[in-house]
Design a protein around this ligand. Structure first.
Ligand code: PHE
Ligand code: FE
Length: 293
């Protein structure tokens, strides 16, 4: 199974069909573990710093303001940050904490951590030869990509609601539909601002190549956020996305996903049966796309 160029796993969470590379023996029953700070070598700290600096200088004009204004809350990149330091700041801002995990975890465990306002962060970092390409999320993707927006109250509430919604989706056998929502928002979401399109998805923000591509390339399709349309849409895991969904605000995203999904899942299943799934890159008749200019 091939991963993406962004440090995002083929399966966003969940162990997938391949043995994950982390050491799970040290994890507690909820899959969290202490951040193994002693494991980091000087080379690991240098990898983090180089990744951070490369991404930071790309943010202006491409990342959303909420991300840019919060990214420094990760702390100076001279060293890999300590999870406890970030948690202290995050707790004050939005009530969230970050917790270490050895790598990908099963989706039920992932959902309940989010519902408890605990964001799981992989504690190991990619090797230098994986600088541009790593098949599983590592600490750089998880911290740099995901944590800054957890300082935003509305986005943080969305993540918590997603976790609670995931537990419900497990009972309704709807995890595959719900995972599409995570993929197209939390990982690969774009937001429309008065200054133009900007990225807020972690998979884009932690990617050296996809950040600019997602916001400026004329190639991919950029569709306005529509929950049912999104849940009918397949996604690509082995290359840059062919389609992105665009929100107007985090409040819009929160409000659109607040209703009970029980009926939504039923309706989406019915429309998939009637009209099929929508391929990545496919545009429906009459659908308006966002342009990059
Ligand atoms: N409203 C959703 C439900 O009832 C929960 C949810 C919220 C899911 C936000 C995802 C994001 O299932
Ligand atoms: Fe991620």
């Amino acid at each position: 199974m091939k991963g993406v160029n962004v440090g995002v796993a083929p399966v966003t969470y969940g162990t997938g069909d391949r043995a994950p590379r982390g050491e799970y023996g040290r994890a507690r029953s909820d899959y969290t573990c202490a951040q193994d700070f002693a494991q980091y070598t000087e080379a690991d700290h240098a990898t983090y710093r180089r990744l951070y600096e490369r991404q930071l200088q790309q943010l202006p004009g491409l990342a959303c303001d909420e991300f840019i204004s919060a990214v420094h809350k990760l702390g100076a990149p001279e060293q890999i940050p300590r999870f406890d330091d970030i948690s202290e700041r995050l707790m004050k801002a939005t009530g969230w904490q970050i917790v270490g995990v050895p790598g990908l975890i099963p989706e039920e465990a992932f959902f309940s951590l989010l519902a408890e306002q605990r964001f799981p962060v992989t504690d190991w970092i990619r090797k230098p030869e994986e600088f541009d390409y790593v098949v599983e999320p590592d600490i750089f993707h998880d911290l740099f990509g995901h944590v800054p927006l957890l300082f935003n109250p509305v986005f943080a509430d969305y993540m918590q609601a997603y976790g609670a919604g995931g537990m419900k989706a497990s009972r309704l056998d709807a995890c595959e539909l719900l995972a599409r929502l995570y993929w197209y928002t939390v990982e690969f979401g774009l937001i429309h601002t008065p200054q133009g399109l900007r990225a807020y998805g972690a998979g884009i923000l932690s990617s050296a190549g996809e950040l600019r591509y997602s916001v400026t390339s004329p190639e991919p399709k950029r569709v306005g956020f529509d929950l049912q349309r999104l849940m009918r849409s397949r996604y690509r895991i082995d290359t840059f996305q062919a389609s992105y969904f665009v929100i107007d605000s985090f409040q819009q995203l929160f409000d659109a996903t607040a209703p009970d999904f029980t009926a939504v899942y039923r309706e989406v299943r019915e429309s998939i049966l009637a009209e099929g799934e929508i391929d990545a890159g496919q545009v429906l008749p009459g659908e308006r796309l966002y342009s990059t200019v």
